[in-house]
Design a protein around this ligand. Structure first.
Ligand code: MN
Length: 180
């Protein structure tokens, strides 16, 4: 059951988040969304469309465009595709209570199919490393998500990093968390 954990955590009578029921149209390229989530602590939810769901990571500091900066990304439960357009306020006392706004969205392309041992995005995430190109407003170019070898108790910990290319921004100004 792909969205079992997502649904188990939420009461759809109380939260305005999507339940994930219903179908969504197939697209040419998979989508991504990054949502700014003012829950008990501010974090950025980084989501990639893979096999009909949004693979999801909570990134406390948000993405950086500086390849020298690796950001902790805690993998959380898969979310329904419909979550990609969700903005609103989850009631206090409910799971993830607080305000969600879309920080960036667009499409992405996995680069893992071009490797010596080609993998689908789903296989790459299962194996703990995915490289991809983002086509967003704030996030452009190559990024990687890498699962850390040593894991603390609880949810899987990954690192989100920019890979070097013409869209990388080194040092000051590379942190696009501030709104323009
Ligand atoms: Mn969140």
């Amino acid at each position: 059951m792909p969205l079992e954990e997502y649904r188990a955590k939420r009461d759809f009578e109380k939260t305005c988040e999507p339940s994930g029921a219903g179908r969504t149209k197939p697209r040419e390229l998979p989508i991504f969304v990054v949502q700014e989530h003012h829950a008990s602590t501010l974090h950025y939810d980084f989501r990639l469309e893979v096999d009909g769901v949004l693979k999801s990571w909570a990134v406390p500091k948000g993405p950086s465009l500086d390849p020298a900066v690796k950001r902790l990304a805690v993998q959380v439960e898969d979310h329904p595709l419909g979550y990609a357009s969700f903005e609103g306020t989850i009631p206090q006392g409910e799971y993830g209570g607080g305000t969600v706004t879309i920080w960036d969205h667009g499409t992405y392309e996995s680069l893992m199919g071009e490797k010596a041992e080609p993998r689908t995005a789903s296989e790459a995430i299962e194996a703990g490393r995915i490289e991809f190109v983002m086509h967003g407003k704030r996030l452009k170019g190559r990024f990687a998500l890498v699962r850390m070898r040593t894991q603390a108790k609880g949810k899987p910990q990954w690192l989100l990093m920019k890979l070097k290319d013409e869209f990388a921004e080194v040092g000051e100004g590379s942190d696009r968390r501030r709104r323009n």
